[in-house]
Design a protein around this ligand. Structure first.
Ligand code: SF4
Length: 380
């Protein structure tokens, strides 16, 4: 089993916190032209790399970005037609996710989704406060999220919707975060991903922080917000199956789960990463270089890294430990198992890690500081 990721690097405008690669394409003729050239390049890359996942069958497809819902229905149809041509897959057995912005979901767009094999939508709601949405420079309002979910369900017939939420805005209170969580629950979506607001370098938000125009919330409030999230979502029947991800029964993201369980995947498009279990490789993060390479039948690969035993061990730590199943100790060599358990011992003792029969998992206390625990467990 394997996954296919396609990166669609177009956004109508940039949000202040975003570190993903995307371009704000010009509207009208020129914008359409670059989108068409990009999709042609994407289809060429699909063809050139058709043997990358040699003996694996495709089980999930994920259109991420950027904003895939900025594409025209005809452009999306063209992409899926090419996937079918290259992989000859039966879409009905697969999980096929598309990221959408709430304001792109019109009746016309929802109708056009019916002609596509997409069966799961991931939507960035972020918050239901219009004031905080404006702060993030999101283009939608909280009313747009409700309207979009309604259209996706009633017009497009989508019964698998994931919402992204954010917490930890400057001066956000615990009660305001509780309201966001309650609103998300009232929408009865199948899946929720929740992240604290990150201040990534080279973003406008980071520069605001440097200039002292905004601030991070303190650790204690962060913990209380995270606690509230876990308590309220699990009480409502969601399974907390990964540090930031919650699913109704049988609604885990199969595509993202494959990233955390070492399943191979191919990434097509600008800045996309691929993994074949022995190596990783990634494409250029520049739309002009990407298109130009493929228009000349060259692969747009910028870098490649062989995964030696140490890197494979470290990968396992940073992926498997994120999940509720944790690290399967039987997958480790005796030497790596001993090394891991020695490094883990202080955290097991302080109940930040739990040692099961053949597994090592983060406890609730450990989740808050998962990054530093992972750093302690890695081979140097
Ligand atoms: S968060 Fe999404 S919509 Fe906003 S700039 Fe990033 S990719 Fe584009």
């Amino acid at each position: 089993m394997s996954g296919l990721y396609l990166h669609i690097p177009f956004c109508a405008s940039r949000c202040i916190y975003c570190g993903f690669y995307s371009t704000v394409h010009p509207k009208g003729h020129i914008g359409i032209n670059i989108q068409e050239r990009y999709i042609s390049a994407l289809c060429t890359e699909l063809n050139l790399r058709r043997n990358y996942l040699a003996n694996e069958s495709l089980s999930t497809i994920y259109l991420g970005g950027g904003t895939p819902s900025q594409l025209l229905p005809s452009q999306l149809e063209r992409i899926f037609y090419n996937i079918y041509e290259v992989y000859g897959c039966r879409f009905d057995d697969m999980e096929i996710t598309m990221e959408c912005n709430p304001d792109d979901i019109t009746i016309g767009f929802a109708n056009s989704l019916k002609a596509l094999p997409v069966n799961r939508i991931s939507m960035g709601a972020q918050t239901f406060s219009d004031q905080r949405l404006q702060f993030l420079r999101r283009r939608h309002t909280s009313a747009d999220v409700r309207r979009a979910i309604n259209l996706l369900r009633t017009v497009a017939g989508i019964d698998n919707i994931s919402l992204d939420l954010m917490f930890g805005f400057p001066s956000e209170t615990l009660e305001e975060w509780r309201d966001d969580v309650d609103t998300a629950l009232s929408l009865e979506v199948e899946h929720i991903s929740a992240y604290s607001l990150m201040f990534e370098e080279d973003t406008p938000l980071y520069r605001m922080l440097e200039r002292g125009e905004t601030s991070e919330i303190d650790d204690e409030l962060y913990r209380r917000m995270y606690n509230l999230l876990i308590d309220n979502l699990t009480a409502a029947g969601y399974e907390h199956y990964e540090i930031s991800n919650f699913a109704q029964p049988h609604r885990r993201s199969r595509h993202n789960s494959s990233y955390w369980s070492g399943v191979p995947y191919i990434g097509i498009g600008t800045a996309a990463h691929s993994f074949d279990t022995n190596s990783r490789q990634w494409n250029v993060a520049d739309i002009n270089q990407y298109i130009s390479a493929l228009e000349n039948n060259r692969l747009p690969i910028e870098g490649r890294e062989e995964l030696d035993a140490k890197l494979q061990y470290n990968d396992l730590i940073t992926t498997a430990l994120r999940t509720s199943e944790g690290i399967d100790l039987t997958k480790l060599s005796p030497a790596n198992r001993d090394y891991l358990l020695t490094c883990a011992e202080p955290h097991i003792h302080s109940r930040r890690l739990a040692l099961g029969n053949n597994s090592l998992t983060l406890t609730r206390e450990g989740i808050y500081i998962s990054d530093s625990i992972m750093a302690d467990l890695m081979a140097v």
